[in-house]
Design a protein around this ligand. Sequence first.
Ligand code: F3S
Length: 81
Amino acid sequence: AKYTIVDMETCIACGACGITAPTVFDSDENGLSFVTLDNNQGTAELPEELFYDVEDACFGCPTESIKIADEPFNGNPAKAG
Ligand code: F3S
């Protein structure tokens, strides 16, 4: 399984991920992105059909704020994947 989370400390609200993978990423009132699936906890298994969009969003993020791992993040984007 794959999990994703946004490091909202480094996100600069560029908005690219929300365009690439709108089902997974939305932005808060400050424009910072978060994962819709689990309120940015990184605990929801990514549905397989969404994974490639998330991977694209990860590669496209200018600040490398989108993290992907094989294990749940449990709210901590710094957790090694
Ligand atoms: Fe933020 Fe990166 Fe998305 S800067 S809005 S997480 S593409």
